[in-house]
Design a protein around this ligand. Structure first.
Ligand code: PAF
Length: 279
């Protein structure tokens, strides 16, 4: 497995090779990322991963500076699952001049849920992913369902720009107690880590009630928020949405079994966790 640090080196390494399956990451890799790399490997061609903590998708008060950077261990892990090439640029290699051209996703998809609480987040994500796509020119890209809204936004970006790239989605990897794996779990204290699975169990509760025929989505969301607050969480949202476009479903759509997803974001101490479950 080769590790390259500049766009020039990347292009040289890719020259003449078959188009790759690509796994963009911000590093601090866990089993969820490795599952995405394994999914990429199943496509048969070369597998390229990127490791880049993208300042553009962090607000000034967020955790850009302290985001865990563990390049050496990440590379060992990627090698162990058959990755062929890692692109790990530093900031000046990917953004040699300020990245003032941006890819701005549509408000109806990107200003709700995560976008409401992290303004500009999806513009940062779309901009870096578009740029990484230009550098790697993959035929397939793999993203995790853990970042459900990101996956939808990026699928639509690929569709609207007619990028010749298939997008595959990997299931959310979970610890035995149900907590969705995330690089940010590293911030949790021991007591917070013990409490953290409650986010997933709250979502499972909403999922079970809907499967049992509950129809009042607003009441389910309010109960879920309340139960998190009672355990000292500070939730941003718990929302039942249509899988297709992340808009709220009508009562009739809930009744006729429109494919739904319940999504949540909440702070536990200083750590903001997100999770979702398809219904
Ligand atoms: O999901 C992530 O890790 C990031 O948002 C991504 C897609 C690598 C873009 O920086």
């Amino acid at each position: 497995m080769r590790v390259v640090r500049t766009i020039t080196e990347l292009r040289q390494a890719l020259a003449g090779a078959k188009p790759a399956a690509f796994v963009p990451t911000m590093g601090n890799l866990h089993e969820g990322h490795l599952a995405l790399a394994k999914l990429a490997r199943e496509q048969g061609g070369p597998v390229v991963a990127s490791i880049f903590v993208n300042r553009l998708q962090f607000a000034p008060h967020e955790d850009f500076e302290r985001y865990p950077r563990t390049l050496e261990r990440d590379c060992e892990r990627l090698q162990s699952v058959g990755c062929n090439l890692v692109f790990a640029p530093d900031e000046t290699a990917l953004y040699p001049e300020p990245q003032t051209f941006k890819v701005v996703p549509p408000a109806e998809l990107a200003d709700t849920l995560e976008g409401e609480f992290r303004p500009g987040f999806f513009t940062g994500v779309c901009t870096v992913v578009m740029k990484l796509f230009q550098c790697v020119q993959p035929r397939l890209a793999v993203f995790g369902k853990k970042d459900y809204q990101q996956l939808l936004v990026l699928r639509r970006m690929v569709r609207q720009f007619e990028l010749p790239i298939d997008v595959d989605a990997g299931e959310t990897a979970r610890a035995d107690d149900g907590l969705a794996l995330s690089s940010r779990n590293a911030y949790l204290s021991q007591a917070e880590r013990a409490e953290a699975p409650r986010l997933a169990s709250t979502l499972r509760g909403v999922q079970a009630r809907l499967k049992d025929g509950a129809r009042d989505v607003a009441a389910l969301e309010a109960q879920a928020l309340q139960s998190l607050r009672e355990r000292s969480w500070v939730p941003d949202y718990v929302a039942v949405r249509r899988r297709s476009d992340l808009q709220p479903p009508s009562a009739e759509q809930v009744a006729v079994g429109e494919p739904l997803v319940v999504l949540a974001a909440a702070k536990l101490g200083n750590t903001r966790l997100i999770d979702n479950l398809e219904i």
